[in-house]
Design a protein around this ligand. Structure first.
Ligand code: ZN
Length: 204
């Protein structure tokens, strides 16, 4: 059994001690440590994406800890200049990056699959059956007679079926139109592009 652990954690990405800084509380100079912390969503402790950053100021002299945003306006402006400007490191976006790669991989694979199907169709002049999804979400077939680079000659199946699993029920010879229609190959290519072609196979 796999247990998915997810949640958030905080990572310190920058820590330094500015010399020109003074503590508004005890007036000590050069005693404040500034730390930039990033809150991150994680899955199995792999950082998925950051969602919040904080600049925390700690005075080592009086132990005062604060964020500039909680201060009085005049102090807020003063400490604003000492905030860390460090960028969030890229690896804290690991999850987002992996997801983007995943989507890219899926898209490329899908294009490849469609190209394979199309090349199956245009290689050779055997009579082929194309199973595809119609615009109204039903399924039907085409029977190709002849294919060139510009046109397809085909017979339409006069029946459609709601469930793809039962498509063989409408596959009978007698279901195809008797007249052969000449169609622009672009129409067939469009079916592929929309991912509507389910399967192609030659008739023996
Ligand atoms: Zn202090």
């Amino acid at each position: 059994m796999i247990v998915y652990i997810s949640g958030t954690y905080q990572i310190s990405i920058h820590s330094y001690r500015p010399k020109e800084i003074k503590c508004y509380n005890c007036n000590a100079s050069s005693q404040i440590i500034v730390e930039k912390k990033v809150s991150v969503y994680h899955l199995m402790y792999i950082p998925i994406s950051p969602y919040k950053t904080k600049n925390i100021f700690t005075c080592t002299s009086c132990n005062n800890e604060f964020e500039p945003k909680n201060l009085k306006p005049e102090n807020k402006t003063y400490y604003k200049n000492f905030k860390s400007k460090k960028w969030i490191p890229i690896w804290l976006f690991s999850g987002v990056i992996i997801i983007l790669f995943g989507i890219g991989y899926f898209a490329v694979n899908q294009i490849k699959k469609n190209e394979e199907k199309l090349s199956k169709l245009t290689n050779g002049d055997q009579t082929q059956i194309i199973q595809y999804e119609t615009d109204n979400g039903n399924y039907t077939t085409l029977r190709t007679i002849k294919i060139t680079s510009d046109f397809v000659w085909l017979n339409y199946n006069e029946y459609e079926i709601e469930k793809y699993d039962f498509i063989y029920q409408i596959g009978g010879e007698g279901n195809y139109s008797t007249d052969t229609v000449k169609v622009d190959i672009k129409i067939i290519k469009e079916l592929f592009k929309q991912g509507k072609v389910k399967k192609i196979y030659p008739i023996k």
